[in-house]
Structure formats: structure tokens, C-alpha cells
Design a binder for this molecule. Structure first.
Ligand code: NAP
Ligand code: ZN
Ligand code: ZN
Length: 347
């Protein structure tokens, strides 16, 4: 069992600190990956601080993992030593239920295994994520990363990319769709790039005035400052589709008012408090509020290939792992343009 350097939080209130974990030796179907970069998702922070109330400690976050294959099991068909490879938010599922057979492993009826803070299917222990030097994963849950994509900028595609790509595809966003992307952070900036690449008309809905220039640079056609009444009134009843990526508690009703008749607001942001939505705000205008969880393995590969074809990667700030706690604080303040990525050589 190779021991591996990592960073872990030991409780909801303790900072992340160096820690050693054990990874399994590669089994017949396993791919062992040397982790070169790992993105920092707001879910890492929610989990490290037990904001969703389900964290087991020690917790090694990180589910935007890219690196190089260092060993493969004898039965592995899809990967060779030296390949670029990625691991996203899940590392196992039952593979037998309807959802797994449909490539929707994230909705596995028997429970998918998260890349961190998940219980292994054989009950052998909790999973540890990508804030570490290496990871060993069944080949079915490993993705190919095109050599065309820079590895550091590609890391956030494994969560921020697929989490925004999947609902855009499911609700058939394309040419002629008026899309509002709510919140310009890690997910939001990928949502803008992907919706623009799909041909939609994209408006950035942000509570930070200073992000307007960036929103335009990322491809957004319009920018609405959500604290500016005049700007908000101009888009009342306007959108076919709103992708809500906000991590903090906020009033869903305010944004439902921006939907056109039959419009859909999809929540991917996961604030910790429950939201109150009066039925009337949905009844008038036949509006829907929906949710979406990351994406399945086939769709994640489709997204990575789409990004390679369209030259899409994340806008990143590369950090050393010793700066992880400061990065969390900056993420909370919205001070990230637009994803922190850890250079694992610094571990
Ligand atoms: P992030 O980089 O921190 O971005 C969140 C953005 O939300 C901020 O940049 C900010 O954008 C906006 N925001 C923050 N506080 C706000 C407030 N008080 N009021 C209004 N807007 C606020 O986070 P992220 O990594 O993109 O993750 C976003 C959320 O998605 C998190 O809750 C995360 O756990 C969740 N998530 C869900 C899935 C899924 O499968 N559904 C997958 C990954 C992550 P502006 O400054 O532009 O307003
Ligand atoms: Zn994530
Ligand atoms: Zn299943």
C-alpha cells in the first residue's frame, strides 16, 4: 500500500495541513495517476468545513484531478503509462442500476462513491481526494485529457466544466436560447464559456460590479449587476434558462422573476440553508426550478473532447499547496479569477 503525501482538514474548524494517506496498490482494472494539478472547488470548502453536515475527518478534498498515468493493472484497456488522465467527482458506482447503465453514474440508485468523503463500495474506508501526490482509480472512472489542453487549465473541467456542461446539454441550450449565468466564480465562468460555445445568448448576472470586463472577455453578451434595480428591471421575464452557480444563501424568487414563460432555473450552486419558494412564483409563467449534479462519465468525456475542439480551458491562478487556507479565504470573498489550481509539485 503506497503511502502518499496529502493535505487534510482534521475538523470543521482546523485549517488544512500536511497529512499522509495510504492508496491501494493498483488492482487488475486500476489506473494509478501521479497528480500534477488539482483545482479548488467551492464544494471542497463546504466539505472541509462540514457546511453540509456530512463530513468525515480527516478529509482530503479535491475532485478536479489531472496528471500522468504511472501504472496500470493487467486488465486495463483504455490507458497506458505516460497518458494524461483526469479524475472528477466520483470514483465508483454500482454499474448495474438504470442510471449507471444510462451513463448517469452520478445518480447511481445504489449510491455513487465520491472522490472524497465517500465510502468505498467494499466498505474498506473513506475516499481521499486530489490534494495529494497520487490516486488509484478503476479505469471506468478515469477520463482521457487531450494533449491539446494545458493540464493546469484543464483540471477545473473535471468539476466546474462538467457541472455546467451537463445542464446546458440536458435543457438543450443552443442558438436562440437566452441564458443567464448567475454568479461569476469557478462554475459561473465555465458556464459562460460553454454556453457561448454552444451558440446561446449569454448574460452574466453578478453581484460584483468589477467583474463586468471579465464577463465580456469570457464571451458574455450582456452583464447585469444584480444590485442595480434599473439593470435588473430591464431583464425581468427575459431568460429561457438561468444557471444558478451561487454558493451562498440567496433568494431564488428574485431570479425566478427574470425567467420568461416556461423558463427554467437550474440550481447547481449548493448553499447550506433551505430555500423558500412560494408555488405562485412558479405557477404564474409555468416556470420550473431544477437541480443538476455534476455529470456522468460518458458526458464528462464528451465535455473534455468538446473543450479540446473549442480550445476551452479554465482561467486559473496556480497556487502552492501551502497557500491553500489563504485561497479558501479568498474564494469566500469572491477574490479568485476564476479558479485556483494547486501545483502538486509544491507538495
Ligand atoms: P465560487 O468560485 O466561490 O463562485 C461562487 C460565486 O457565487 C461567486 O464568485 C459570486 O459571484 C457568487 N456569490 C458568492 N456569494 C454570493 C452572495 N452572497 N450573493 C450572491 N452571489 C454570491 O464557487 P464555485 O466553485 O463556482 O461553486 C459554486 C457552488 O456550486 C458551490 O456551492 C459548490 O458547492 C456548488 N457545486 C455544485 C456542483 C453540482 O454538482 N451541483 C458541483 C460543483 C460545485 P459574483 O461575484 O459574480 O456574484
Ligand atoms: Zn466541485
Ligand atoms: Zn448504479
Amino acid at each position: 500500500m503506497p503511502s502518499t503525501k496529502a493535505y487534510a482538514s482534521k475538523s470543521a474548524t482546523s485549517p488544512l495541513a500536511p497529512h499522509t494517506i495510504n492508496r491501494r496498490d493498483p488492482g487488475l482494472h486500476d489506473v494509478q495517476i501521479e497528480i500534477l494539478y488539482c483545482g479548488i472547488c467551492h464544494s471542497d470548502l463546504h466539505t472541509a468545513r462540514n457546511e453540509w453536515g456530512n463530513t468525515t475527518y480527516p478529509c482530503v478534498p479535491g475532485h478536479e484531478i489531472v496528471g500522468k498515468v504511472t501504472a496500470v493493472g493487467d486488465h486495463v484497456k483504455k490507458f497506458r503509462v505516460g497518458d494524461h488522465a483526469g479524475v472528477g467527482c466520483l470514483v465508483d458506482s454500482c454499474r448495474e442500476c438504470d442510471n449507471c447503465r444510462d451513463g448517469l453514474e452520478q445518480y447511481c440508485s445504489n449510491g455513487m462513491v465520491g472522490t472524497y468523503n465517500g465510502m468505498e463500495k467494499d466498505g474498506s474506508g473513506y475516499t481521499y481526494g486530489g490534494y495529494s501526490k497520487s490516486i488509484t482509480v478503476h479505469e471506468d472512472f478515469v477520463l482521457h485529457i487531450s494533449d491539446k489542453l494545458p493540464l493546469d487549465g484543464a483540471a477545473p473541467l473535471l468539476c466546474a466544466g462538467i457541472t455546467t456542461f451537463s445542464p446546458l446539454r440536458h435543457w438543450k441550450v443552443g442558438k436562440g436560447t437566452k441564458v443567464g449565468v448567475l454568479g461569476l466564480g469557478g462554475l459561473g465562468h465555465m458556464g459562460v464559456k460553454l454556453a457561448v460555445a454552444m451558440g446561446a445568448e449569454v448574460t452574466m448576472l453578478s453581484h460584483t460590479a468589477s467583474k463586468e470586463k471579465d464577463a465580456n472577455r469570457l464571451g458574455a453578451h450582456k452583464f447585469v449587476l444584480t444590485s442595480d434595480t434599473e439593470q435588473v428591471n430591464a431583464v425581468k421575464g427575459y431568460f429561457d434558462f438561468i444557471l444558478d452557480t451561487v454558493s451562498a444563501d440567496h433568494d431564488y424568487n428574485f431570479y425566478l422573476g427574470l425567467l420568461h414563460t416556461s423558463g427554467v432555473m437550474v440550481c447547481v450552486g449548493a448553499p447550506s440553508s433551505p430555500a423558500v419558494v412560494p408555488a405562485f412564483n412558479l405557477i404564474f409563467g409555468r416556470k420550473s426550478i431544477a437541480g443538476s449534479l455534476i455529470g456522468g462519465l460518458p458526458e464528462t468525456q464528451e465535455m473534455l473532447d468538446f473543450c479540446a475542439a473549442h480550445n476551452i480551458v479554465s482561467d486559473i491562478e496556480v497556487i502552492a499547496i501551502k497557500d491553500i487556507n489563504e485561497s479558501y479565504e479568498r474564494m469566500l470573498k469572491g477574490d479568485v479569477r476564476y479558479r485556483f489550481v494547486i501545483d502538486m509539485a509544491t507538495l
